[in-house]
Design a protein around this ligand. Structure first.
Ligand code: SGN
Ligand code: CA
Length: 512
């Protein structure tokens, strides 16, 4: 009798229709959207009601990490379920993604799924594994953006990028897909990438708001040589460009990025442009009168950055709401897993920075919330450590397809079912390669556990950093080499080597 009860209890953990039902997948990935700017993670800055709807109706991962905090590499990790060194796409600037390799979308197709990709791709080669695709070239544009079609034609579309990507996605859902098949739709936004150009209807939003300056804004990078060497400082006129990033423009300006800025806003129709100019001209006039310098100037730049980023995020939130409403209208919510994530996190002034790349928390983390199909029992906050290499195995298992043994990630399906396996991973591995490059973040790899982080910066530097995340959550105090840390350092180095061996990272052989 007892055995029978146990068996019934076990069965109830598995969604009833798991064997028969072919769940759909809607995967929404933004660019540079970070948990500090998503109210279900952090209420200090803005409200994102539609993104929060996903979390409220489903699950919110609170320990969600990327394997390499940069767009192209992150996308390659997601598509292949493999770390960068195993999928071959280690950085944005060199090489192209080998589209002939095994990818999750191809395996979904093999399992009978219809697949589509709309929006940012950023992997240089043409997409493979999608029945339909329509992508933006490279980073794309916010205003009247170009799209590349499956015929390899570049077509300029009218309007604001986030709305257009959503329109195209809804159109595919409604009219273009083969309705006899389960589907996986990948909606990849340009928002909230630099240089945060708002939808015109939100130009004046958040202008009355003063965003709180992070406690670490004036970090002196003591004991952290790589952090001191970066070029992603809000205060620096080289790193954060007053024209391109802060939209303080007067004719004749000649900053490093003025031409890029003029090209981007030059895409607007004349009426929109007049509205845009009217708004930013008044900000510029006010700025000139104030004659700011030092900390006042740094904080002015911070507020401009925060306000524009918030505006871009508002359009994004609206458009995620549109997709959810459309799924509801099409009666697809119960049969669809909706995933919302970003290609990495972002610094919103923490350490004085914008951008990402570092293995420090704000950019290592990526938001991850999911609305679950009917029958799945996972709810609320999920604390297990997960990584973007896990998405591919998760989607394959959900589709009833086998997970190839060479994938580095693991399926998150047990967590979606409400289970908390005891043998879940206790650490994650990270490796960043893009150096020398824009923003000057040195190459590094490292391991993070629930409490500790060990990082090795290498290439033209040889520096180790150790952080106790419990007592130093902002990672200001590098305790590597300090008395009393010998035991934990030894354990973490061992764990790092174990992970490098498990994932077959060739750098392992170069380590002492
Ligand atoms: C561009 C940006 C960088 C950004 C990279 C990578 N410069 O090069 O600030 O770090 O993209 O971003 S810009 O002058 O062109 O705006 S990623 O998210 O695509 O990896
Ligand atoms: Ca990005």
């Amino acid at each position: 009798m007892k055995k029978k009860t146990q068996a019934v209890a076990l069965l109830s953990l598995i969604p009833m229709a798991a064997a028969a039902q072919r769940y759909n997948i809607v995967y929404i990935m933004t660019d540079d959207h970070t948990a500090q700017m998503m109210s279900c993670y952090d209420k200090s800055h803005i409200s994102t009601p539609n993104l929060d709807r996903i979390a409220r109706d489903g699950i919110r991962f609170v320990n969600s990490y990327v394997a390499n905090s940069l767009s192209g590499p992150s996308r390659a990790c997601m598509l292949t379920g493999k770390h960068s060194h195993n999928n071959g796409f280690t950085n944005n600037e060199h090489g192209i993604f080998d589209g002939s390799q095994q990818t999750m979308p191809k395996l979904l197709q093999k399992a009978g799924y219809e697949t589509a990709l709309i929006g940012k791709w950023h992997l240089i080669s043409q997409p493979t594994g999608f029945d339909y695709w329509n992508i933006i070239p490279g980073q794309g544009d916010y205003y009247n953006p170009d799209f590349i079609t499956m015929k390899n034609e570049t077509v300029r579309e009218k309007g604001y990028i986030t709305n257009i990507i959503t329109d195209k996605s809804i159109n595919w859902l409604e009219k273009q897909r083969d309705k006899s098949k389960p589907f996986a739709l990948f909606i990849h936004h340009k928002a909230c990438h630099r240089c945060w150009l708002p939808e015109l209807k939100y130009l004046r939003e958040y202008e009355d708001k003063t965003f709180k300056v992070p406690d670490t804004f004036y970090d002196d990078y003591k004991g952290r040589a790589a952090a001191a060497a970066q070029e992603m400082s809000i205060a620096s006129s080289h790193d954060m460009d007053i024209v391109y990033d802060d939209k303080i423009y007067t004719p004749g300006a000649a900053t490093r990025l003025t031409n890029s800025y003029l090209n981007m806003i030059g895409r607007m129709d004349s009426r929109d442009r007049a509205d845009y100019d009217c708004f930013y001209d008044s900000i510029t006039a006010d700025f000139k009168q104030r004659n700011l310098s030092g900390r006042e100037l740094a904080e002015f730049k911070y507020q401009r950055f925060m306000r524009d980023y918030a505006k871009v995020t508002k359009s994004l939130d609206d458009n995620v709401g549109r997709v959810l409403d459309e799924l509801k209208r099409l009666n697809l919510l119960d049969s669809t897993l909706v995933v919302y994530t970003s290609d990495q996190g972002f610094y919103m002034g923490e350490h004085g920075w914008f951008d990402k790349r570092f293995m420090y928390e704000e950019s290592l983390n990526t938001p991850l919330v999911m609305r679950l199909p009917a029958g799945f029992k996972g709810r609320g906050e999920i604390k297990e450590m997960v990584q973007n290499i896990d998405y591919a195995p998760t989607f394959l298992e959900l589709a009833g397809a086998p997970i190839p043994a060479d994938m580095d990630g693991v399926s998150l399906l047990p967590l979606l079912k409400g289970q908390h396996p005891k043998n879940w991973r206790k650490s994650i591995y990270y490796h960043f390669y893009e150096y020398p490059a824009e923003h000057s973040v040195k190459r590094h790899y490292g391991v993070r556990t629930d409490r500790w982080k060990l990082i090795h910066f290498y290439n033209d530097i040889d520096e180790w950093e150790l952080f106790d995340l419990k007592n130093d959550p902002h990672e200001l105090n590098n305790i590597y080499g300090q008395p009393g840390t010998e035991k934990i350092t030894k354990e973490l180095r061992k764990e790092l080597r174990r992970l490098q061996a498990q994932y077959r990272d060739p750098i392992e052989s170069q380590l002492k």
